[in-house]
Design a protein. Structure first.
Length: 806
């Protein structure tokens, strides 16, 4: 049994003495060589990165702001610096199937070289073609071929004309084509003259014309074949003319990339196409008027689409994708409008983060990833198949019929690091069967570390690192001590220090602001305290309104006097990351019943599962302690008065039990106390969260109403180590104006709240008279007797009483 003395002031806040530091400020402190307090997580991360077996990707889990990203980047950089630079990734035009571009892997830096060389080749190509086709040799050969073709056609027509003229038929060329006409006296007959002939003569002439028309048709049918022969001859002439020029342009490229077979094949395909189609540039109307832009369009398929360039990469790549949607991860195929329709080609293929991270490491925030349609499934498909296949999701789902490409997939050797919270890790493990197969390594980052003397010094190094990274003023010893205490407050444990570096950095930035405003060159304890207080004040509007309502009487709360079945419970409110506590009136009523305790919050669906669990534990406690050999013959109700928001958690179960015992025994409870704590079926008081905010919330109300020296808070003994109260609360306790009591059992809590002894049964099981437990047991026994009396009926009760009088 505790002596029920309030906790001494030095146990309400674990202070850090500035003289524990052997240095004057953080200015000369070196950065930490590694992370602070994250050895387990970093070991797991290194294991996952070193394990090259499939499926050993890493999920980094922990609270936001614990330096996960910084640590991951640092460890990945260590591995990346020892890794090899990956090969460049390029896409080439596929001359056999333009809709299936070919992949080209090149040593790092060679991709940019090849792209530049091909661009130079294309720039020189048109002038070289023009020069070759404008040469006297080609012009003479071309003219000769055309003249020979023309002469061949004319000779054949002339021979046919002479032959038919010998038979009195003339072959005439008109705008509409060739016609035959009879000859009379050396001249072509007119239509009128022909009509004037006798019918037999006309029939004879028409028969001759028909025969010669057939011969003319046979001759004209040979002309396309002759023109094809001309075209082939012109093509050979153009090929012969272009061959030296193309060979000259290609010679340097072939020598430079002789070690790359794929490049050699690509250059050969370009040469073959140029030589096969070179005559298209010669003599045609379109080619004569073709502009340089048209030439670039014609030659675009000779370009290199450099998808990923590693010419400036040192070691393996480390890529962080801030917006991990499907196209940013997998890549995309763009389209351009051309003559009213959307078209695409291999130069419009764009890389995704997975392409850039091939051969290295990719970091993704899992919450952002899961918020993007198709992105998670796309990533899993890449990791399972170990290749990147660019396939627009709209096409895969059949939502579009636009012509697109099917690029050759990219082999993908990559290590993916997902960063998220623990809840997402466990949800994915439970609900996605692919997740544990692909992410076999979990690196769990701690939220805090033990507050040992060694760690306090290392904490100062961490603060120095944060100050330098944000270009802040250094902290002196007192400033470091203030930050250490604030770190313990964030950790909600006087014996631990938070590792949420984001919150620490925010306070340091604000302390730096106050120091610079005061024209100081160093951050001290005063600036740290001012930053913490200013931040609390900025978010205090709601808490102030809650307390104002209590002071004004709008919300009924008493900080003095005594009441039966009424107690000040303590609750905590979390708004936008800022927490504050305040009291709430809890009332209990007890009456004859069937042994049930009604949770009104639960009945109206404002109570959560954990709160309802706490209320059910109260019933179990009452039955096990006071009604082990008889039924519990009461019906009780518990309610949070003037509470209109959901209630969750069991941290008010101690207050509820005390109020219920008070209502049963009709023992008044001191209203000058606030109570927080969880209780189990054995009446043991258990630890709760938010103890600092709850104590301070009740203290603030008492301070506004006036501190009397009688007010205080009852907390679990297990929560004492978590106390890191504000300095004003500590000072009030030191001056005897406010008290913090720690209790281990409900009996101790009731003793503090009522001033009476709880009472323990003697060897015969008899409780001391007028003790708390005796009065509760007596009240329950009275209820049980009354219930039995009601069950027996009024008449039987009367006869029983008469007999007992004798």
């Amino acid at each position: 049994m505790a002596d029920f003395e309030p906790l001494p002031a030095d146990r309400l806040r674990v202070v850090c003495a500035p003289d524990v530091f052997e240095f004057d400020s953080t200015a000369g402190l070196p950065d930490l060589p590694g992370g602070l307090g994250q050895a387990r997580a970093e070991d797991a991360l290194r294991f996952g990165l070193a394990m090259r077996q499939p499926g050993y990707h890493v999920f980094v889990l922990g609270e936001s702001g614990t330096g996960r990203h910084v640590a991951v980047q640092r460890v990945l950089r260590e591995f990346a610096d020892q890794g090899e630079v990956p090969r460049d990734l390029c896409y080439l035009h596929n001359f056999d199937d333009p809709l299936r571009p070919r992949l080209l892997n090149l040593p790092a830096g060679r991709g940019a070289m090849l792209r530049a060389d091909m661009q130079a080749f294309i720039r020189e190509l048109r002038p070289a073609i023009d020069a070759a086709l404008d040469s006297d040799t080609y012009s003479s050969r071309s003219e000769s071929l055309q003249e020979a073709h023309k002469s061949r056609e004319e000779a054949a027509l002339r021979e046919l004309g002479q032959a038919c003229a010998a038979e009195g038929i003339s072959l005439l060329r008109t705008p509409e084509g060739f016609v035959f006409a009879p000859i009379r006296d050396g001249e072509t007959m007119s239509p009128e003259g022909f009509e004037a002939l006798q019918q037999p003569e006309r029939d004879a002439i028409e028969a001759k014309v028909g025969a010669w028309s057939e011969r003319l048709t046979d001759l004209l049918e040979q002309f396309p074949g002759w023109r094809k022969e001309l075209h082939e001859a012109m093509k050979r002439a153009a090929r012969d003319a272009l061959a030296p020029a193309v060979s000259h342009l290609m010679r340097g490229l072939r020598e430079r990339y002789a070690d790359l077979e794929q490049v050699g094949s690509f250059l050969s395909a370009i040469s073959a196409e140029l030589l096969d189609s070179g005559d298209e540039w010669a003599g045609g109307e379109n080619e004569e008027d073709a502009s340089e832009d048209e030439a670039r369009t014609r030659f675009h398929r000779y370009q290199i689409n450099l998808l990923v360039d590693h010419s400036a990469t040192h070691g393996a790549p480390v890529v962080y994708e801030d917006n991990p949607n499907f196209v940013n991860l997998i890549g995309r195929i763009e389209h351009v409008a051309q003559m009213g329709t959307l078209v695409t080609h291999f130069n419009l293929i764009r890389a995704g983060a997975l392409h850039r991270a091939c051969g290295g490491y990719l970091i993704i925030d899992v919450e952002r990833l899961l918020g993007q349609p198709f992105a998670w499934d796309g990533l899993k498909r890449v990791l399972r198949g170990r290749e990147i296949r660019i396939e627009p999701p709209a096409e895969a789902q059949g939502w579009t019929s636009i012509v697109t490409l099917e690029p050759e997939p990219v082999p993908c050797d990559i290590k993916v690091v997902l960063i998220g919270d623990r809840e997402l890790f466990f949800l994915l493990t439970e609900h996605d069967p692919d997740f544990p197969e692909l992410f076999k390594v979990g690196a769990d980052f701690d939220d805090d570390l033990p507050r040992t003397a060694e760690n306090v010094v290392r904490y100062a190094h961490l603060l120095a690192t944060l100050a330098r990274s944000a270009d802040l003023l250094p902290l002196d010893r007192s400033g470091i001590a203030g930050m250490v205490e604030h770190g313990a407050r964030i950790a909600e444990d006087g014996g631990r220090l938070t590792l949420q570096t984001r919150l620490l950095a925010d306070v340091m930035r604000e302390a730096d602001y106050h120091a610079r405003n005061a024209k100081l060159t160093i951050i001290g304890r005063a600036q740290v305290d001012l930053a913490v207080a200013s931040r609390a004040r900025r978010y205090a509007r709601y808490s102030e309104r809650v307390l104002e309502a209590m002071v004004e009487g709008t919300t009924l709360i008493s900080t003095s006097g005594e009441r039966c079945g009424q107690i000040n419970g303590l609750v905590i409110v979390d708004l936008a990351g800022e927490r504050f506590g305040h009291p709430v009136r809890i009332t209990a009523t007890a009456r004859l019943g069937e042994g049930d305790v009604i949770d009104i919050e639960r009945e109206i669906e404002l109570g959560g599962a954990l709160h309802s669990k706490g209320v059910l534990i109260l019933s179990a406690f009452l039955a096990s302690r006071y009604a082990r050999h008889q039924p519990l013959s009461l019906s009780a109700s518990l309610v949070f008065e003037q509470s209109y928001v959901p209630v969750e958690g069991d941290s008010a179960s101690l207050a509820e039990l005390c109020a219920l015992l008070s209502a049963l025994a009709q023992l008044p409870i001191r209203q000058s106390f606030g109570v927080t704590g969880s209780v189990n079926q054995l009446g043991e008081v258990q630890v709760i969260g938010g103890v600092n905010e709850k104590v301070e919330g009740f203290f603030d109300l008492c301070a506004i109403c006036g501190l009397t020296g009688e007010q205080g808070v009852v907390i679990p003994s297990a929560s004492v180590r978590h106390l890191m109260l504000r300095n004003d609360v500590v000072e009030a306790a030191r001056n005897g104006q406010f008290h913090i009591y720690s209790v281990a059992t409900v009996d101790e809590a009731m003793t503090v709240l009522t001033g009476l002894a709880a009472g323990t049964p003697d060897a015969k099981g008899v409780l001391p008279k007028e003790s708390i437990n005796q009065r509760v047991a007596s009240a329950l026994a009275t209820m049980t007797a009354a219930k039995h009396a009601f069950a027996e009926g009024p008449g039987r009760t009367h006869r029983h009483r008469r007999r007992s009088d004798h």
